[in-house]
Design a binder for this molecule. Structure first.
Ligand SMILES: CC(C)[C@H](C(=O)O)[C@@H](O)C(=O)O
Ligand code: SF4
Length: 474
């Protein structure tokens, strides 16, 4: 048999039937649901008078609209949400999951959190499965060796009714990471450097698989950060072959296989790795040894440079379109060509999101915040990716480190990653952010976003300007 890549194995094992024209009917194992993208699909099911084909294969949560502060000490309750639109979205999701018997991570329950954080934490995300969600950052789950991708509202309805989707296979792209990184260069820096190099559409049409010795050194949190960001390079699929790190992460989680099933599962999961000699349509090799921490200066994630760089001069950019885009981005961002990136003053710092709201991210930020103070004039918020992450962080005392340093310690949710809840920037405000998108208005109309790692965002909060975290190395 010909050597297969991880992607090909996942694809082939889920094809129900070939439909012609290169399309296949693909079996969908699991569907994650959140309040923003799911309402239409439930309406369609209701109108068609259909039940869900396999209710237990869906898992719903509220994350985008939830406030991260509550007048109640024990968390957010529907009745305490002031924003009428947010409250309505959450109420609708709750009514839908009750009507269609979809398992639901309660708003005030122990598994609430960002959909891409709680999927893995609950053991819902498993290697070898197909996972979909009406959300572009579903790429995150590929870190487990699952074929996971974002889908639209009508496709969500199809999955609910038929447990399958028409799909065309993607081309394959291998991103091979070699070398040894600086201790303050994280998965986020590597992701931003990749996007900076290949462009915001550089992986379009491709399923990306990460390989190389750097992956072996990464925790699941870092692997998820990498895969999460691949949608910002245009790829709907980011993949990493499951290994012992993956299995150690999954073992014992609520929905993970147990007993003899566990052993069978691990044996199968091990077989998913790309075969020696498997070929990819494209390969990009990146040596991480010389990488500096990265920061975005513009309004697309590929407008990113090493922290020791300067805001580019559009006049020096040869490509006319890129030059125009740079000019527009510099104007929106209120920057000056030639200005050093580590001199840009900030008003906000946001540590959180499905990219960087996991316990490892909070530890990295707390390591920088410890014994220091947020600069005056900066509002810094730390938003755990899930209630479970928040509990774990509190058990480790991270909340105290943050609060003593002047950071606000919040409840779980998407928060300032996306302007769909109370946490947002006002026009002209500038944020050092650990999220994944720096589009115009992403964190609030007129707000300015600089993407970076949690350690960099903490260093920036303390410095009052975008700062090189390597200067904090004791
Ligand atoms: C609201 C949702 C559909 C959206 C997405 O698809 O990613 C959001 O999560 C985002 O990050 O922009
Ligand atoms: S944290 Fe941000 S990127 Fe992730 S699902 Fe929420 S809004 Fe989307």
């Amino acid at each position: 048999m010909t050597a297969q890549t991880l992607y090909e194995k996942l694809w082939n094992s889920h094809v129900v039937t070939q439909l012609g024209d290169g399309e296949a009917l693909l079996y969908i194992d699991r569907h994650l649901v959140h309040e923003v993208s799911s309402p239409q699909a439930f309406v369609a099911m209701r109108e068609a008078g259909r039940p869900l084909r396999r209710p237990g294969t869906h898992y719903a949560v509220v994350d985008h609209a939830v406030p991260t502060r509550s007048p109640r000490a024990d968390g957010v309750r529907l009745g305490t949400i002031a924003d009428a639109q947010a409250a309505a979205q959450i109420a609708e999701l709750e009514a839908n999951v009750a009507e269609f018997a979809v398992p639901y991570a309660q708003l005030d329950g122990p598994e609430q959190g960002i959909v891409h954080v709680i999927g893995p934490e609950s053991g819902f995300t498993l290697p070898g499965t197909t996972i979909v969600c009406g959300d572009s950052h579903t790429t995150t789950h590929g870190a487990f060796g699952a074929l996971a991708f974002g889908i639209g509202a009508s496709e969500q309805g199809t999955v609910m009714a038929a447990q399958s989707l028409r799909q065309k296979p993607a081309r394959t792209m291998r991103i091979h990471l070699t070398g040894t990184r600086h201790p303050f260069v994280f998965a986020k820096d590597i992701a931003l450097a990749i996007i900076g190099q290949i462009g915001a559409h550089g992986a379009a049409g491709h399923a990306v698989e990460f390989t190389g010795e750097v992956i072996a050194t990464m925790s699941m949190a870092e692997r998820m950060t990498l895969c999460n960001m691949m949608i910002e390079a245009g790829s709907r699929v980011g993949l990493i072959a499951p290994d012992d790190t993956t299995f150690a992460y999954i073992k014992g989680r609520r929905l993970a296989p147990k007993g003899a099933q566990w052993d069978q599962a691990v044996a199968y999961w091990r077989s998913l790795a790309s075969d020696p000699g498997a070929t990819y349509d494209r390969t990009v090799t990146i040596d991480v040894s010389a990488l500096a921490p990265q920061v975005s200066w513009g309004t697309t994630p590929d407008q990113t440079l090493p922290i020791d760089g300067v805001v580019p001069d559009p006049a020096q950019i040869a490509d006319a379109t890129a030059a125009r885009q740079a000019e527009k981005a510099i104007a929106y961002m209120g920057l000056t060509a030639g200005q050093s990136l580590d001199s840009i003053a900030i008003t906000h710092a946001f540590i959180g999101s499905c990219t960087n709201g996991r316990i490892e991210d909070l530890r990295a930020a707390a390591g920088i915040a410890y014994g220091r103070k947020v600069a005056s004039g900066v509002r810094a918020i730390v938003v755990p990716g899930s209630a479970a992450t928040r509990d774990l962080a509190e058990a480790e005392g991270l909340d105290k480190i943050f609060v003593e340093a002047g950071f606000e310690w919040r409840l779980a949710g998407c928060s300032m990653c996306v302007a769909m809840n109370d946490d947002r920037l006002a026009p002209g405000e500038r944020c050092a952010s650990t999220s994944n998108r720096n589009f115009e208005g992403r964190q609030g109309p007129g707000g300015r976003t600089h993407l970076m790692s949690p350690a960099m965002a903490a260093a920036s909060a303390i410095s009052g300007h975008i700062a090189d975290v390597r200067k904090f190395l004791a």
